[in-house]
Unconditional design. Structure first.
Length: 364
């Protein structure tokens, strides 16, 4: 029988919090409280009533809207996809760039997530801008997304970048790669990221830099991994990334219940073949892995750079006019939440009242 994350937290979080209290941050407690109170009377809700003679009623409780909650984010995910797809350049090839952090740095990322994740996103964007200026002769516009988990919920921080195959030259003209299915080589991009990240740590966080060199002296000498793939129109890449922007590491349906030993069965998929398989984790280990992917409060995991940034709309429209001949972006489709329907007659219900919260969310 499928298991909800809220059920696991309700049963095992108090003991887990006592056992791992020195390692838990305030963000972990906020995430647990949000998931436990999601779509319960603790957050209030709405009362819907059917217009038919049966006067059927339906209570719809508010969601917590926390990014670590597997029950939230569906509407936001669809709206984000619609907004970003409206900004795509028709007829321009798009590429998905993936930059992976070496294993040696993952422990430091867990110890200083706000610092390391921010540096990783900023320096990845800077490395890509530098390479586009030197190899393509212009300024790119792209979107970066931080992703922290692997297929088995292990800590696997990496950055995804969606970038079109067009740059804006200093003279105001557009430029393209030599081939429509090739943007850049991954090796020089990974090298630039490695050098920029080391320099940023050395200048701004010397203690963290010294700790890294003491524990892993060769981490800034080995070859880092960067993958650059052609994705066609850009829509497949955006829809792929949307799952990580507005969905938690434990998506709906992944928890399959308990086995005979009291472990929780977690559904995973093999890399490449996407074949499903199941692993069993103790509740303590499952919650530990879930906590690895709770980001610090206020951390922005999706960032737009170059002429794709929010402050560069005029430049983005200029690029659109040069590349596509269009003067404005199409209006994105507005995604509205579904309206409950009557179970008896099938008609849409009407909102008749607001349900006030029944006390604060349970504190753990």
């Amino acid at each position: 029988m499928p298991l909800a994350l809220a059920e696991v937290l309700h049963e095992h979080w108090p003991r887990f919090a006592r056992t791992h209290a020195p390692r838990l941050a305030a963000a972990h407690y906020r995430a647990a409280r949000a998931v436990l109170s999601c779509r319960t009377p603790a957050l209030g809700g709405q009362l819907w009533q059917c217009a038919c003679h049966t006067h059927a009623r339906h209570y719809s409780y508010h969601s917590c809207n926390h990014r670590s909650c597997p029950r939230c984010g569906a509407i936001e995910q669809q709206q984000w996809c619609a907004t970003q797809e409206a900004r795509l350049l028709p007829g321009v090839p798009y590429f998905l760039v993936t930059l992976t952090v070496p294993d040696a740095l993952r422990g430091v990322c867990m110890a200083y997530p706000a610092i390391l994740y921010d540096l990783l996103l900023r320096e990845a964007a800077g490395a890509l801008k530098d390479l586009c200026r030197s190899k393509l002769g212009g300024t790119p516009g792209f979107t970066t997304v931080l992703h922290t988990w692997g297929r088995q919920l292990q800590h696997h921080p990496h950055v995804h970048i969606v970038i079109p195959g067009a740059v804006l030259a200093p003279d105001g003209s557009e430029r393209y790669p030599a081939r429509p299915d090739f943007l850049l080589h991954g090796t020089p991009l990974a090298l630039r990221l490695r050098n920029r990240l080391e320099l940023a740590l050395k200048d701004n966080h010397p203690q963290i830099h010294e700790t890294i060199l003491r524990d892993h002296p060769d981490v800034f000498r080995i070859q880092w991994i960067a993958d650059v793939r052609h994705t066609g129109s850009g829509k497949p890449a955006l829809r792929y990334l949307a799952r990580y922007v507005f969905k938690s590491a434990l998506g709906p349906g992944r928890l399959l219940g308990y086995d005979r030993q009291g472990r929780i069965r977690l559904q995973c998929h093999e890399s490449g073949s996407n074949r499903p398989f199941v692993i069993a984790l103790t509740p303590d280990e499952l919650l530990r892995r879930w906590c690895l992917h709770v980001l610090p409060k206020g951390f922005v995991r999706v960032r737009h750079h170059g002429w794709m940034s929010g402050a560069a709309r005029k430049v983005r429209l200029l690029v659109r006019a040069l590349v596509c001949g269009e003067l404005d972006e199409p209006a994105p489709v507005v995604i509205l939440p579904p309206v409950p329907r009557c179970e008896r007659c099938g008609a849409e219900m009407k909102l008749v009242a607001k349900v006030e919260p029944r006390g604060p969310p349970p504190r753990t």
